[in-house]
Design a protein around this ligand. Structure first.
Ligand SMILES: Nc1ncnc2c1ncn2[C@@H]1O[C@H](COP(=O)(O)OP(=O)(O)OP(=O)(O)O)[C@@H](O)[C@H]1O
Ligand SMILES: [Mg+2]
Length: 457
């Protein structure tokens, strides 16, 4: 569903199929207006009729579409519900049959699809995949993609890295719930025709490298291609996109960021091999923390890139709209306070309903004080992974109202200069401390939500 004309046509067809009636011109205007987030008074004004007439007609319209889009359908959630229903097909703007793709359970099962090889990028002449009929897509391990807003610039960066710059190893790191898995799923939707294999594996059960490689080979083995000995062989002979999710699970807790668990160090070598050897595929790591060797590979320009995923911008308002919150004029304050973090906003929206019947104004009434509530266990799960030196630096930074100039180590720090700098570097690799430009100098500050949490302890 690419544009508003498609939406009107879809609604017209589905109502006609059930009732034999077509949409009225006013109903078309309502659908178009609501799609573009217009309010009823504006739609009434544009259509030169009364607001009550628009409301009455809209009520009839939502009633007729409830069977398709759910009993709780209304003007606020119409767009997101429709986008959700057609989310896979919407992203596949490369010419696939909409219904065929909509039938695929992207989050749940092994899927093997896409018959139209014509629209895929041509394989290099030595690739055995020239004869392949359909790519293998294994998303058994992937979570389900629910609502998804924006991330336009991040997605185009990732696509540029993968499809144009032929980056071999990408790390997307950021806080829990910031949307790493979501953006990777969206990326798959938008690039699936470019690959011979797309495989998603979660490291949440901390598989050894050998186990992971065996599982990957099982997925590769679903094709008719003669089985190959190593993963890198598949990476060379075909265009593969492999996503490893929850990578922080193979890193040690209570240590600086990105240190492998004992017995898992060979992952580091595997990642390095993917980055440095010649092939036509891409490995994406999704993690709370950046693996240690990535910085060196990046510095050497080894077809390696890192994306620090941060909150959504203004588009986070769509999450609040979807939740049906009131007081739209206060939404940007709420978004700024919770840093556009999609998961935090979802949780806080539930709190606002629980305590203030959906009123954002009442929730924010006591000034801009940060309420943490149900966010606390999530914040704790990040802090409990920190090393002792990182914890000390966090407590130190949490007392500072302004960003800190790290060339002058705070006097009350018990750490040596080297320990202090290492801890700052490590906290930044977890996205807990950020570099900000103050005047002409870069300074460091702790994430404000974590600052509040530490202060409240
Ligand atoms: N762009 C987005 N628009 C709307 N909702 C989003 C977006 N990105 C993520 N979300 C929502 O936020 C929640 C967390 O997203 P996701 O699971 O992708 O985070 P994550 O970074 O992978 O977290 P974790 O590290 O814990 O696995 C999900 O409910 C998801 O629907
Ligand atoms: Mg995830």
């Amino acid at each position: 569903m690419k544009n508003v004309e498609d939406v009107v046509e879809w609604a017209n067809n589905s109502i006609f199929d059930k009732t034999g009636e077509h949409l009225t011109p006013l109903q078309e205007a309502i659908l178009t207006g609501v799609w573009y987030r217009q309010k009823y008074p504006q739609i009434a004004k544009d259509f030169h009729c009364s607001e009550s007439h628009v409301k009455k007609e809209a009520a009839k319209l939502w009633e007729k579409l409830r069977e398709e889009l759910g009993e709780d359908l209304n003007k606020l959630n119409f767009r997101s519900k429709l986008e959700k229903k057609y989310r896979v097909s919407q992203a596949s703007q490369l010419g696939h049959c909409l219904l065929q793709i909509d039938n695929i359970n992207i989050g749940g099962q092994f899927i093997q699809t896409i018959e139209d090889t014509k629209i895929r990028s041509p394989n290099p002449p030595n690739s055995p995949q020239n004869n392949a009929i359909s790519p293998i897509i294994d998303l058994t391990d992937a979570p389900e993609l629910t609502s998804f807003y924006d991330r336009t610039s991040e997605l185009s960066t990732l696509k540029q890295w993968i499809l144009e710059a032929h980056t071999r190893l990408i790390t997307v790191y950021g806080l829990s719930g910031i949307g790493k898995s979501a953006i990777a799923l969206k990326l798959i939707e938008q690039t699936q025709t470019e690959f011979d294999y797309i495989i998603w594996r979660s490291l949440s059960h901390t598989p050894t490298l050998t186990t992971l490689q065996t599982e990957l080979k099982q997925s590769f083995g679903r094709s008719q291609q003669t089985p190959l000995t190593t993963i890198i062989d598949y990476f060379r002979t075909s265009r593969c996109l492999v996503i490893l999710d929850d990578v922080q699970n193979i890193f040690q807790s209570s240590q600086l960021a990105g240190r492998y668990l004992t017995g898992y160090e060979d992952y580091g070598k595997f990642f390095k091999q993917i980055a440095t050897s010649s092939h036509q595929s891409c490995l994406i790591l999704l993690s709370w923390e950046k693996p240690r060797e990535i910085t060196t590979l990046e510095a050497e320009n080894r077809a390696t890139r890192t994306l620090h995923l941060k909150g959504l911008g203004e588009e986070a308002a769509e999450i609040l709209r979807e939740k049906g919150l009131a007081d739209e004029e206060k939404w940007s304050d709420l978004i700024a306070l919770y840093q556009g973090h999609p998961s935090w906003l979802n949780i806080i929206a539930a709190t606002i309903w629980e305590l203030f019947d959906g009123s954002v104004s009442l929730f924010l009434a006591d000034g801009n004080d940060l309420f943490l509530g149900d966010l606390e266990p999530i914040l704790e799960s990040h802090l409990e992974r920190l090393s002792d030196s990182e914890k000390k630096v966090c407590y130190l930074l949490a007392t500072q109202a302004e960003a800190v100039d790290i060339s002058q180590q705070p006097a009350d720090s018990e750490l040596s200069k080297s320990e202090f700098l290492q801890a700052i570097q490590s906290l930044a690799r977890r996205g807990l401390v950020e570099k900000v430009l103050v005047g002409l100098r870069s300074k460091f500050q702790i994430n404000r939500v974590f600052q509040q949490y530490i202060q409240s302890q």
